[in-house]
Write a protein that binds this ligand. Structure first.
Ligand code: SAH
Ligand code: SF4
Length: 341
């Protein structure tokens, strides 16, 4: 399988071809990805045929488009039938790809469609990278309106907890930065607060951006929304985020999915602003995208404004994240939820 194979071992898939063929293939896979093996024009026909029939990483199951063509959502199927969700979002100065790192997720956050599914398996580094390759190949043929014609940013905010699939996440980042021309600073790893993974990430050489999904500052409340809080309590999460900032010099962002009646009080806003000030973090507020398996809903527009207002008054640096592709279920795990009931 092409992307599942270590780039240095690609030759083993084609033992009868000379070495320079695998160098050419590596170019096609990582530097100039294509949607169809036929486009690998400098490879012999027999090799292209074999790539297409035996080694293609996954198939496209569903493609959806929203926000006047600025958002694309894909549901891929791995060779074992596992679903992978990937979302591409165009902006004026960047084209951002949201990738999945696992099939499902074991963390069980109550508001999250992926969490409601439970955990199936880790994605291999190659299956993470293949999402980037697909998007790059797609953009080369069909750029999004008024946005860069290549993937400039990658965020690990699709299905799964990337730091619970540490080795594969790191290997995928290595290939993106070393082989696909994506700068480490433009890659964001989003974590629910998986402390051992955060600690290991501090030791890695790349200045990747870190986003920490906080959702509540009150321990009992956070444990309700984010059960893993019982194992890695918020104090340890904040400590690790602070160390990340101090070691890497990269500002951490705190993600806050805003849910009516759960985490939208003044008390939460004041607590969140205090933490953000303490660790020089930026706050991203994301109004809940409701999922069918939970009765939670986003706050009213007035309450969202009030929450943001309190954060600002308390000195936090805050952005209200746009809810891209809501009409195509672009939040974490939702397209899969619809196709599989
Ligand atoms: N497991 C990682 C990354 C994937 S989730 C993490 O939790 O950070 C990426 C982001 O989507 C997280 O901040 C998560 O809280 C948010 N999210 C999940 N379900 C959501 C929903 N239904 N509405 C809005 N945001 C959601
Ligand atoms: Fe997993 Fe992140 Fe969803 Fe929580 S929010 S269940 S950690 S994917």
């Amino acid at each position: 399988m092409l992307y599942l194979t270590e780039p240095g071992h690609l030759g083993e898939l084609f033992p009868d071809e000379p070495r320079y063929r695998t160098d050419q293939l590596t170019e096609w896979l990582y530097a100039h990805p294509v949607l169809d093996a036929d486009a690998m024009t400098n490879l012999p026909l027999s090799m292209r045929e074999m790539i297409r029939s035996e080694h293609w990483p996954f198939t496209l199951d569903i493609e959806q488009s929203a926000d006047k063509g600025l958002t694309k959502k894909w549901l891929f199927r791995c060779t074992d039938g596992s679903p992978i969700e990937t979302v591409l979002m165009g902006y004026a100065t960047r084209t951002t790809l949201c990738v999945s790192s696992q099939v499902g997720c074991a963390m069980g956050c109550t508001f999250c469609a992926t969490g409601q599914f439970g955990f199936d398996r880790h994605l291999d580094a190659g299956e993470i990278v293949a999402q980037v390759a697909y998007a790059s190949a797609y953009l080369a043929e069909t750029p999004l309106p008024r946005s860069p014609e290549r993937v400039t940013n990658v965020v690990f905010m699709g299905m799964g907890e990337p730091l619970a699939n540490y080795g594969n996440t790191i290997e995928s980042i290595r290939r993106m930065t070393d082989m696909m021309g994506i700068s480490a600073r433009s890659i964001t790893v989003s974590t629910v607060g998986f402390v051992p993974g955060m600690r290991r990430l501090i030791e890695e050489p790349w200045p990747v951006s870190l986003a920490v999904s906080l959702h509540s500052t009150i321990p009992e409340e956070r444990s309700k929304l984010v059960p893993i809080n019982d194992r890695y309590p918020i104090t340890a999460v904040i400590e690790a985020a602070k160390d990340y900032y101090e070691t890497k010099g990269r500002r951490v962002s705190l993600e806050w999915t805003l849910i009516a009646g759960e985490n939208d009080s003044d008390e939460e806003a004041i607590g969140l602003a205090r933490i953000a000030r303490q660790i020089h973090a930026h706050v991203n507020v994301i109004p809940l995208n409701p999922t069918p398996l939970s009765s939670d809903s986003p706050p009213s527009n007035d309450n969202i404004r009030r929450f943001i207002g309190t954060l600002k008054r308390e000195g936090a640096n805050v952005t209200l994240r746009d809810t891209r592709g809501q009409d195509i279920d672009a939040a974490c795990g939702q397209l899969r939820l619809r196709t599989e009931g």
